[in-house]
Write a protein that binds this ligand. Structure first.
Ligand SMILES: Nc1ncnc2c1ncn2[C@@H]1O[C@H](COP(=O)(O)OP(=O)(O)OP(=O)(O)O)[C@@H](O)[C@H]1O
Ligand SMILES: [Mg+2]
Length: 236
């Protein structure tokens, strides 16, 4: 369980996130919705420790550790000329001894086997030995998710993981994220711009507007109460 309390972020003298509280339970896919500029990425980066923020972030009641959170982004960062399997193996770098992580060409067999299992999990084991650059966008995003699994982090934070994908690939990736949340008991937070996808795949929806949470609800609620007008307005 990820618990962020009182997350406050300033850029210069401007406060853009105003004491946001957010939780993501293990086994839950939380969708975060909100207009451009509402603070979704800032909240995600603050929760991950990538942006300096006031507030506290704990995972299962303990202080967040450097390997506790795996990240997935809209722009997929794979090493295109390396194999799909190598890319997934890099998820394990944080727990390898330093000399291993300096020579990632030599991933130990145990890591390669685990990476292969992660690829099986996302349905891409048959592409393990292809160059990453040869995969479609949707497949590459699934490789990025396999890499996150290989990190063994209990929390996955995904910033617009499907915004660059066509509708069918977007569905596949969200279905995968929901399934992994449920079966692997991961706490998964995904920033989305598609309310319909959030409704169909998320267990809970949080809405941000102007750096504050304006909605925290069950996707089964009626559309009108789930998407108050404020959520759809561009933040100032
Ligand atoms: N590095 C930065 N320096 C200064 N201001 C920033 C920086 N990053 C974001 N902001 C500001 O913080 C506010 C929140 O931005 P953020 O990127 O978190 O929004 P968002 O909800 O992720 O938007 P989008 O849907 O466009 O990705 C915006 O007003 C933005 O201009
Ligand atoms: Mg953003």
């Amino acid at each position: 369980m990820l618990t962020a309390t009182g997350l406050t972020v300033h850029y210069g003298s401007r406060e853009v996130l105003h004491g946001v509280d957010v939780t993501v339970a293990s086994g839950e896919l939380l969708a975060v919705l909100g207009a451009n500029g509402s603070g979704k990425s800032t909240m995600l980066r603050a929760a991950a420790g990538l942006t300096p923020a006031e507030g506290t972030v704990t995972i299962d009641g303990r202080r967040r550790g450097p390997l506790d959170i795996a990240l997935v982004f809209q722009r997929i960062h794979l090493v295109g000329r390396r194999s799909v399997l190598d890319n997934v193996c890099t998820g394990a770098l944080g727990r390898l001894p330093l000399h291993r992580s300096l020579t990632p060409a030599l991933f130990p067999r145990s890591v390669r086997e685990e990476a292969m299992a992660c690829l099986e999990r996302v349905g891409l084991a048959d592409r393990a030995h292809d160059r990453a650059s040869g995969l479609s966008g949707g497949q590459q995003q699934r490789v990025a998710i396999a890499r996150a699994l290989c990190q063994r982090a209990p929390v996955v934070l995904a910033d617009e993981p499907v915004s660059a994908l066509d509708p069918a690939a977007a569905e596949q990736v969200l279905e995968l994220l929901a399934e992994l949340a449920h079966t692997e008991r991961l706490a998964v937070l995904a920033v989305l711009h598609q309310p319909d996808l959030a409704r169909r795949y998320a267990d809970r929806i949080v809405g941000l507007h102007d750096g504050a949470v304006v909605l925290d609800g069950d996707p089964a609620q009626p559309v009108d109460s789930l998407y108050p007008h404020a959520l759809l307005e561009t933040s100032s």
